[in-house]
Ligand binder design. Structure first.
Ligand code: ATP
Ligand code: MG
Length: 433
């Protein structure tokens, strides 16, 4: 669905010519008054859906039960909705039914005052039943009516409040914010997919940091990450929750990585003081974390696997011992190396890792990049079986050790690699990795 102003205006004027009331409604009026380019131009009218379908030849009943008709006009699909009153909400998300009504009732069923405005473009008149203009001027997100009741009806509105506050840089009005805090736990009743959809939008730049902070303040992180186990105890004030998040680059990053990083940082923040953030990147820790995030938001395995690889890829670089040449080269050869380095830079910017370690790493990685850091291994499993070695648990370790030796320049040829492999098998000494 998308619409532009000219097409939507044509639809609106046609409704008027046919004797109906027709206004621009909701988001487009808000954006227009803020001087922002509206995404969609939605129309509200007193014409019932059947009448709208009569008037326009090309229509599609998208939300028949709610009286929403899409009208094709030019290249646009314009949403035309009949003024309505929503019935009782049954499941924290959907009204049981709707009754067609009048503009005032229609304004009052909407979520926030700034979203409850109408515009009559013919007379250039804003129609405001809910105090939306004052709140636009005051930069305030305020629920229409009793906030507790409005969030009781539809839990998703809690995330919408955060989305608009972050996007517009508005404050959430105190009673509205308190109602969200009170209802925060009910967010678990919204489907993870819906929540993930909202988060994908909010956690993209440029609203990433503001949205994250608000969700934290409003207590929404616990229900969002419903399967992530947060350690009990008082968090350390010193570790502000958004330190790392703030330093992520203002460029799109894979959502699963953003969300897993967020969860990792949140966990660290919530863990007892004195724990080392580097531990957050250990393989089993990441596996558990990414698994819990995946389950919380019902993300796909594919989407999450690379987030896990990006995060755990950092671990060998951050361990106490400085990384060997083999570790650095293996790191660079990972498909997720670029993203891991982005994260590494953010960790450094946020002062979460040692600065001298960071500059040493940057320098070594740059040096390694100039070399052939991912050469073909001199030997493979086939070479080992050909020498009569039997595949077993040490097989992989021997190959790894031989490849490490190759990466570090301790081996110059396939013959030398085979000799090392034999030696390792005979002595059964396997190098620790
Ligand atoms: P955006 O620019 O993100 O599209 P929008 O305000 O247009 O913002 P939509 O989700 O497109 O948001 O919804 C259009 C309008 O419908 C809103 O402005 C609001 O008036 C109303 N609305 C949408 N979702 C809800 C909801 N969950 N509860 C109440 N009113 C809603
Ligand atoms: Mg919209």
């Amino acid at each position: 669905k998308s619409s532009d102003r000219a097409d939507a205006t044509a639809v609106l004027l046609r409704l008027r010519d046919m004797g109906h009331i027709a206004y621009f409604a909701g988001g487009c009026v808000r954006d227009l008054l803020l001087g922002r380019e509206p995404k969609d131009w939605d129309i509200a009218t007193d014409a019932p859906p059947a009448r709208v379908r009569e008037i326009f030849p090309r229509t599609q009943a998208v939300g028949a039960a709610f009286g929403v008709i899409l009208v094709r006009q030019g290249k646009s699909q314009v949403e035309v909705a009949t003024f309505r009153t929503d019935g009782r909400y049954i499941d924290g998300r959907h009204p049981q039914g709707v009754t067609f009504s009048n503009p005032e009732e229609d304004a009052k069923r909407r979520d926030f005052t700034i979203n409850g405005l109408f515009l009559d473009p013919v007379n250039d008149l804003v129609i405001d039943y809910v105090g939306g203009q004052a709140d636009l001027a005051a930069k305030v997100i305020r629920a229409i009516g009793d906030p507790r009741h409005r969030f009781d009806e539809d839990y998703l509105r809690m995330l919408r409040a955060v989305r608009f506050a972050a996007r517009l840089n508005f404050e959430i009005e105190p009673a509205t914010a308190t109602a969200i805090q009170v209802h925060s736990a009910l967010l678990t009743r919204i489907s993870p997919e819906r929540i993930a959809d909202e988060l994908r939008v909010m956690l993209a730049p440029p609203t990433r940091v503001a949205a994250w902070r608000l969700m934290h303040v409003l207590g929404l992180l616990t229900p969002i990450f419903r399967f992530v186990e947060v350690p009990a105890g008082e968090p350390d004030d010193d570790r502000t929750i958004d330190r790392l998040f703030e330093k992520l680059p203002a460029e799109p990053l894979p959502f699963s990585l953003v969300i897993a990083t967020a969860a990792a940082q949140w966990l660290w923040w919530a863990s007892p003081a004195g724990s080392d953030i580097r531990r957050s990147f250990e393989k089993p820790v990441i596996a558990m974390l990414v698994g819990a995030v995946r389950k919380s938001l019902k993300l796909s395995n594919d989407e999450c696997d690379s987030a896990g690889q990006t995060l755990e890829g950092l671990h060998p670089l951050l361990a106490d011992d400085p990384p060997t040449v083999a570790i650095l080269k293996r790191f660079l050869a990972r498909p997720t190396a670029g993203l891991s380095r982005t994260l590494l830079a953010a960790l450094n910017e946020a002062n979460l890792i040692d600065e001298s370690r960071y500059s040493m790493l940057q320098q070594s990685l740059a040096e390694m990049e100039r070399t052939d850091f991912a050469p073909q291994p001199f030997i493979t499993g086939d070479d080992l079986t050909a020498t009569g070695m039997r595949p077993g648990p040490v097989f992989r370790q021997i190959l790894d050790a031989a490849y490490d030796a190759q990466l570090e320049g301790r081996l110059a040829s396939r013959d030398e690699a085979l000799r090392l492999a034999k030696e390792l098998e005979r002595t059964a000494v396997v190098l620790p990795r």
